[in-house]
Ligand binder design. Sequence first.
Ligand SMILES: Cc1cc2nc3c(=O)[nH]c(=O)nc-3n(C[C@H](O)[C@H](O)[C@H](O)COP(=O)(O)OP(=O)(O)OC[C@H]3O[C@@H](n4cnc5c(N)ncnc54)[C@H](O)[C@@H]3O)c2cc1C
Length: 501
Amino acid sequence: MSEPLERLVRHANETRVVVVGGGISGLVAARECAKVGLRVTVLEASEAFGGVVRSAEVGGITLDVGAESYATRGGVVRELLDELGLGDDVVAPNPAGAWVVGVPGVGAAPLPKGGVLGIPDNPFAPDVRRIIGWSGAWRAYVDRVRPPLTIGHALSLGKLVRSRLGSRVLDRLVAPVTSGVYSARPDDIDVELAAPGLNAALTRTGSLTGAVAELRARRASSRPADAPASDVPVGSGAARTPAPGGAVEGIAGGMSRLTDALVAGLREAGAELRTGVVAESLGRTDTGWTVSTSADEQPVEAHAVIVALPEGPARHLLAPVVPGLEVGDPVAPVVEVVTLVVHAPVLDRAPRGTGVLTVPGSHVAKALTHSSAKWDWVRDAAEPGIHVVRVSFGAQGEEPATAALDDDAAAALALSDAARMLGVELSASALRAAHRSRYVQSQPAATIGRAAETAAARGAVRAVAGLGATGAWISGTGLAQVVPDARDEADRVRSAVLWRG
Ligand SMILES: Cc1cc2nc3c(=O)[nH]c(=O)nc-3n(C[C@H](O)[C@H](O)[C@H](O)COP(=O)(O)OP(=O)(O)OC[C@H]3O[C@@H](n4cnc5c(N)ncnc54)[C@H](O)[C@@H]3O)c2cc1C
C-alpha cells in the first residue's frame, strides 16, 4: 500500500461515526460508513434491529409483521439485496391483484386494472362500471368534454378527482387506495407528489382519464417484462409513495431477511451494534459530537452523527443543536397490524385475490392482506388449510379501532372483520395464532405541504457540520425511498468527515 493510501486508511479507521437508530435507514447508513473503513457504532433503543422491517413467529411460521415488500422503482433496493447475496431469493407477489370492499349497493369487487391511484383510464370499462355503476360512469364522462385546467395545476388529488370524475370515482376507487396505501384522505394528497406527471399529461391530453392512459402507457413501455402490471401493496399500512400501478417484490422467507443480512454484514465489517440503548441528547465537542444515552454514564463520542429515527425522536434529538429546526408536534398516523393464522380451507381459492382495500367508513379495519395468497413462500410455509391474513387498523386522524383492546379482543375483532372483508365465515375456533404490532407512521410524503417541511428540515441539518439525518420522515416512507436516501446521506456525511483535518 502506498504511503498516502496508508495514511487515508488510518485516518478512516480513526474516524468514528455514531448512527442513532437501527431501522433500515440506520443500518444502510452504517453500512455505507463501514464500507470506507470508518469506525461505526449503531445505537438502537429497542431489543432488535430493523425497526418496521421485523418478523415474529406466529403459529409456528416466521412472518413479516411490519413491511412485507418493496417497490421496484429505481432498482436501488434490488441492488442492495444483490449486494447482500439475497438476489436469488427475490420473489414477485401473486399477480391476481386486490379487491375493494364496502362499495354501496355492490359489496366487493376486484380493483380495476389500469388505473393510477385508483383513477380509471376508462370509466365505461366493465371492471370500473361494476364499482361505480352506469350513473357514476356517465358522470365521469364529463371529464372528456370539460376543458382542462387552464391556470396552473391542481394541487389536491381529492378536489381534482371530484371535480372531473365525480364523487363515485373518488369515494369508491381513489379513497380506498389513498387510505389503504398512504393512510391519508385524497383531499390531503398532493397530485404532483403522488402521481408525478399527471398534471402535465392532463394539460396535454385534455382530460384526467386521458392523462391516466398516457401515464400508464409510458410506464408500460419502461416496465421490465417480468414485472406484474399492477400490485397495490395492500394492507401494508405504508404511507409511501409508490409509482402508481408500480410493481412490488418481496424476499422468500420475509423482508426481515434484509435486516438480518445488513446486521451480519456490519458485524463482519467490525461495526459496534448496540441494542437497548436510547439516544437522549446530542452535544458538541471541539472535534465533533457526543451522544448521551440511557445506557452509558459517559456520553459516546463521535466525529459525526447520523440520526436515523422517526420524526418525533429525531426532532427531539436534533432541535437543540440545529438552528431553525423545531421540535414541533408531528401528528403521525398510528396503525396496528394484526396478523392472524387461521385454519380455513375456504380461503384456498383466494376469494378476494391478494387482499382487500376498504371504502373508508365501511369497515372497522382499513385494509387486509391475504399473505398466503399473495406470497408463495408463506403458502408453502403453512400446513394445508392454514392461511395467513394481516388486518390493518388506523389511518391519518383515526385511532386504530384496536387501540383500546387487549390482544385477545384485538385478534377477535380482526378475525370478524377479516371474515366480512373476505366474504367467508371464520369462526373463533378457526384461529390458530395471532400477533399484533403497533407503528407510528411517518406523515405521508405526498400530503400537501409536506415536501416543503422536510426540505426545510433537511436544509437546516445540512448546515451543521458533522451531522446527518435520514429515515422515512425525511426521505418519504417505503424502502424504495428510505434505502437510497440513507445511502446518499451517509455518503455526504462520510465525505465531509473524511475531508476534515
Ligand atoms: C405497518 C407498516 C408496513 C409497511 N410496509 C411496507 C412495505 O411493505 N414496503 C415498503 O417499502 N415499506 C413499508 N412500510 C414503510 C417502511 O417500512 C418504512 O418506511 C421504513 O422501514 C422506515 O425505516 P426507518 O429506518 O426510517 O425507521 P424505523 O424502521 O422506524 O426505525 C427507526 C428505529 O429507531 C429506533 N429508535 C427510536 N428512537 C430511538 C432513540 N432515541 N435512540 C435509539 N434508537 C431509537 C427505533 O426503535 C427503530 O428501530 C411500512 C410501514 C409500516 C408502518
